[in-house]
Design a protein around this ligand. Sequence first.
Ligand code: PAF
Length: 317
Amino acid sequence: MDGAEPIRIGVLGAGAVGKLTAAALVSSGMSVRLLVRRQEQAASLRQNGLVLVNSDGKRLRFPVAVSADPVAEAVDLVMVTVKSIDTEQAARQVAAMPGTPCVLSLQNGLGNGETLAALLGPERVLLGVSTYGATAQSDYEVAARGSGELVVGGYLGCHPLADKLAAIFSKAGWNVRVSSDMQREVWKKALVNIGINPVTAIHRVPNGAILERPDLRQIAVAAVWEAGQVAQGLGVLSADEAAAGVERMLLVCRATAANRSSMLQDVEKGRRTEIGSLNGAVVRMADELSVATPVNRELVNRIRQIEAGNCDGAYCT
Ligand code: PAF
């Protein structure tokens, strides 16, 4: 792949993030193939195209190539947008694809890069973090729910595809930058999700409620603060960066106030959540470092109860 060649991009997973990302790529003129698991979703996307509903209610239709058999497709880069609980399966699918495509993890949570690198080799892996809000409205429709920032970079630091991708997303009007320290960026984004996602999922509220309700704000802030201590203990974030995590989480609540977080969408649909790679990962690492994380532990317990259908009435409205 030299600088002049166009990149053939596959987007693995057509949930909210996958559809939003694919729409951005198509709008910047890229050839994109959505790689989906369900035949039913593939048929719906082929029939209707990919529909993006903008925040002003305007509907934009994007023609996309769709495949329900990812391992048959030859692409240069696979953008992995599946839930972190499915990262290992995604890595196995990419390993079976022809050629040796690079992968970019555009997922929530900690540990996705490590899982992909273990199976595919670290030099093939890029990481991305996005704070663009999106809600899937059907198999083929996604609603944009507030803009944020996209950061991309190599798992090992610099990667030749990172600048190309930044240029592509920038052409689509996204606010994007390249980083050579994606571990730090992944942690910064994880701090946002660690505060917003379980709190909105337990209380069934949109992100903006964390700013409006002092009780929710207190829990979200405490969860981020604890996670920041862990990131500092690991040497990934400085004290200032860990402290800035709280402000950043509140800023994202403001920018995506109307959005229902991905974890809230998961519990509403009775799906497993990403709690294990967010607050759960924090608790596991905190135990190794002997750092106390009571708020995160409690959030993990509550989400696990909801997943198991055992939550009490106050949280299962
Ligand atoms: O997981 C999510 O929902 C998103 O990452 C974010 C940025 C919190 C917006 O809802």
